[in-house]
Design a protein around this ligand. Structure first.
Ligand code: AGP
Length: 599
């Protein structure tokens, strides 16, 4: 996630901005920059790499006095990490920093090109700057409100106008932005940590509102440009808890970010029903698909297999990268090898990618970190827009991977399903943010259930089809943060041996989101329940499991197509609260690294 800071007051603006960016580094970034608004002009300093490099450059520069300024740490979404693509971006009279994704930037870029206005970078943000610049004729309110009417997607914008050197403007949609209230100085920031050194008083900028900030005044306006009174809040967080947005751990903060990051991920590749524009060749698959990954990314692949084979009838083989790379796999040039990786640096997954490329097989990366090795070396890359994932246990990146695979399955199925069904499934995918929020509202119920299982020594997850894939991911999530031994089992496979482990009190989580398999899974659950298992069911509200469920978590009303994605939120929270109850270091579990860059 990008980081934004802005300041207007009597301190050294550049120092406040750089210190603020340092407090936002934890959000993950690849470049940094600041803009300083002086009497004559707005000066911009920016570079790829660390804030420290920016600080060194500013110190060497002969920085003119400034009244206000904005700063930015960039987590690349459009355009590779580079000095040119880093923020701030500018037009003639406007300079902006941006957190979010402008989904219709290509259309806007085309409109601007018709007026002879062309960007110099590859970013969506520069398009927003050029649009705002083109609309500005001396009235910042008119220009800003006109511009945001044209922007689709998510944005938090810090804005400077060259002819208003004392004032910062801010506006947001989906991406967070706060307005800090000081004494004779004021701030904007993506997150509280950036301003805690100066003030604990702040305002939350809501969707569609605009703020006009000078060192002595903060004025708010609603989406109809009417002045707005807002309640001032006071943060009682220390810096550490502030970085977690007030959540106790990064993991649960990231679980709660899933509605917006799933929306951002899908929005990159579904423009008004046009899926993966200009990527037709990737989907022209004559052979099989090999999905190769590790850990949770592998489990995302298991889920993707189910949905791609069901929708597009293309054979999908899911492989553990550390096995695949030494199996001398039988690949053909008409196949497609898909490498899924949050970090884009996992050694086994990278080796698998290189093996496929060496055999002349087309490769596709599904990666979260822009500019990572797998992203750079895959023939094509689709990015998840989960933002930086600090917690070692992945949640939001995994969910974005599964959502993206579902969107890819729809693209591959385009020629087999009617436009109506395609639209219906697309709407279901885009309803995910709302459905995820519904499950997040059940956190206290899930926490109470988790408390009953926190002392388990062994815990089984069982399911069929996509529910088996979700069982695998849920079991890994539990193991890696709670240290409870767990196994995922295809429900129909239990009776072929493992059921001998079931005894009175053995906890079993039955994942039943795929309605087409619920009856069969219910039969397997009754088998374990009859042997004394304590069963927690995860299923739809209309499914009657009173005969065998000791505990129940129900999903919001949703279709089978997306139910396993919705269900993952519940099992993430279940694992999280067991780990917390056991007093573990949830964000940094023992023995684990966020990216396994060695064999
Ligand atoms: C997931 O919670 C684990 N941290 C781990 O299994 C991870 O998914 C695996 O190491 C793959 O990492 P990658 O997605 O960065 O390649």
């Amino acid at each position: 996630m990008c980081g934004i800071i802005g300041y207007t007051g009597d301190r050294d603006t550049e120092k406040v901005l750089i210190e603020g960016l340092k407090k936002l580094e934890y959000r993950g970034y690849d470049s940094a920059g600041i803009a300083l608004s002086g009497e004559e002009e707005i000066s911009i300093y920016k570079n790829e790499g660390k804030v420290q490099l920016l600080e060194d450059r500013v110190k060497e520069a002969n920085v003119a006095p400034s009244f206000a300024g904005i700063g930015h740490t960039r987590w690349a979404t459009h355009g590779k990490p580079s000095q040119l693509n880093s923020h701030p971006h500018r037009g003639k009279k406007v300079v902006i920093v941006h957190n979010g994704i402008i989904e219709n930037y290509q259309e806007l870029k085309g409109e601007l090109a018709q007026k002879g206005i062309r960007p110099i970078s590859d970013t969506d943000t520069e398009i927003a700057a050029l649009l705002l610049d083109q609309l500005y004729e001396g009235d910042p309110h008119a220009a800003i409100f006109a511009a945001i009417k044209r922007l689709e997607g998510s944005y938090a914008l810090g804005i400077l106008f060259t002819d208003r050197p004392h004032t910062i403007y801010a506006v947001r949609k989906d991406s967070p932005l706060i307005i800090g209230k000081g004494q004779g100085e004021n701030f904007i920031a993506s997150d509280i940590p950036a301003i805690l050194e100066y003030t604990h008083d702040y305002f939350l900028l809501e969707e569609g509102e605009m703020a006009e900030i000078t060192k002595d005044n903060i004025n708010f306006y609603d989406e109809k440009k009417r002045p707005l009174e807002k309640e001032m809040l006071t943060a009682d967080w220390d810096e550490q808890s502030a970085m977690k947005g007030g959540f106790p751990h990064f993991m649960v903060k990231e679980i709660n970010e899933q509605p917006q990051v799933v929306r951002a991920t899908l929005g990159q590749y579904a423009r008004g029903g046009n899926l993966f524009p200009n990527q037709e060749s990737v989907f022209d698959i004559k052979g099989s698909i090999y999905i190769v990954a590790c850990g949770s990314a592998y489990h995302a692949g298991l889920s993707g297999k189910q949905i791609i084979e069901k929708m597009a009838r293309i054979p999908v083989q899911v492989e553990i990268a550390s096995e695949f790379r030494y199996n001398n796999p039988i690949l053909r040039k008409e196949d497609l090898v898909v490498i899924i990786s949050q970090s884009g640096e996992t050694a086994d997954s990278l080796a698998a990618l290189r093996l496929a490329k060496a055999q002349g097989v087309p490769t596709l990366g599904i990666v979260n970190v822009r500019g990572s090795t797998i992203a750079r070396e895959a023939a094509t890359v689709f990015y998840t827009a989960a933002g930086p994932e600090i917690s070692v246990a992945t949640t939001k990146a995994y969910l974005c991977q599964v959502a993206l695979l579902n969107l890819m399955a729809l693209k591959m199925a385009e020629k087999y399903i009617s436009p109506e069904e395609l639209q219906e499934k697309l709407q279901q995918l885009f309803s995910l943010p709302t459905l995820i929020k519904e499950v997040l509202k059940k956190e206290s119920q899930i926490k109470a259930i988790a408390a009953k299982f926190k002392d388990a020594e062994h815990l089984f997850f069982i399911g069929r089809g996509q529910d088996y894939a979700l069982s695998c991911e849920s079991s890994l999530k539990l193991k890696e943060i709670s240290y409870v031994h767990s196994e995922a089992y295809a429900a129909g496979e239990l009776k072929h041996g493992t059921i001998s482990l079931i005894e009175p009190g053995t906890p079993v989580v039955a994942v039943m989101t795929d309605r087409s398999r619920i009856a069969k899974t219910a039969g397997n659950i009754k088998e374990v329940h009859a042997r004394g298992a304590i069963v927690l069911c995860l299923t739809h509200p209309d499914v009657d499991c009173s005969d065998f469920a000791d505990e129940l978590i129900t999903l919001p009303e949703c279709s089978d197509f997306i139910a396993p994605i919705v269900g993952a939120i519940a099992t993430q929270l279940f694992a999280y609260h067991i780990a917390v109850a056991r007093g573990n270091d949830v964000d940094k579990p023992r023995n684990l690294a966020k990216s396994v860059t060695v064999e």
